[in-house]
Design a protein around this ligand. Structure first.
Ligand code: F6R
Length: 241
């Protein structure tokens, strides 16, 4: 696991965007795994800038998002579909047909999850996966538990995640209680992974992740210690030394 500690969020976002750009230059039709949430927003802003000012070309890029709430309509302002269009897709030259986000309203969710994993493999597997991390150590919506799912699945969100995500909703009661998420195995199959974290709120979990040379399902991000190509990029606030 490589660690980059950057001065601030802006620098972290630029470093992350540069890695995406580098991978895109090696493989213009790369399969890019995307995350939602606040953490990657600065990186997305920088990628948009690179597209607008430097002509970074997304026309052949394929994307797969990590997760989506169950039962939420794609047009709902709190859906991850809406988020991705708003924050990235509408501002770059990506073909929306090449963007995949789990469908929280699929009829047969179990079958849908299996097909999502199959589709990722059909497209050649994820070349670069972007991850954030929850304050409780979750990656995607793989929450701390006695066991973790290997493949994409429907999961219950923990109270701490519901509380953390309530900041995007009018009230905590509106936050969906279940989500579709790529499984730990799906994420681990990505050829390269970058995990981003910024701010004091993430310092405790980052310390656990970096200090503990141990894997536990109670800290799902610790599974990444087994991956051969993970880069953790954090700002000084998220780093306690
Ligand atoms: C989002 C996701 C989550 C977030 C995590 C951190 O697609 O998979 O695991 O990365 O909850 O969220 P933020 O970035 O809002 O602190």
């Amino acid at each position: 696991m490589k660690l980059f500690v950057e001065k601030d969020y802006e620098k972290l976002s630029k470093v992350a965007a540069n890695i995406v750009k580098e991978e895109m230059s090696k493989k213009p039709n790369m399969v890019l795994g995307l995350a939602t949430g606040s953490t990657p927003e600065g990186m997305y802003r920088e990628l948009i800038r690179m597209h607008k000012e430097d002509g970074l070309d997304f026309s052949n890029v394929i994307t797969f998002n990590l997760d989506e709430y169950v039962g939420i309509d794609v047009e709902h302002p709190n859906s991850y579909h809406y988020f991705m269009k708003n924050i990235l897709f509408n501002h770059i030259n990506i073909d929306l047909k090449n963007t995949y986000i789990p469908d929280g309203k699929a009829n047969d969710l179990e079958k849908y999850c299996e097909e999502y994993d199959e589709l990722i493999q059909e497209k050649g597997g994820i070349d670069l996966q972007i991850l954030g991390i929850g304050e409780n150590g979750h990656i995607a919506f793989n929450e701390p538990d006695d066991t973790l799912n290997v493949g994409t699945s429907v999961v219950d969100l923990t109270q701490s995640t519901i509380e953390a995500n309530s900041r995007f909703f009018d009230s905590i009661d509106e936050v969906p209680k279940t989500a579709i998420t790529m499984g730990i195995g799906t994420i681990m199959k990505a050829k390269k992974i970058i995990l981003l974290a910024n701010g004091k709120k993430k310092a405790k979990v980052i310390k656990e992740l970096l200090r503990e040379d141990k894997i536990t399902t109670q800290l799902p991000a610790s599974m990444l210690l087994l991956h051969p190509d993970v880069t953790v990029i954090i700002d000084e606030e998220a780093y306690q030394g």
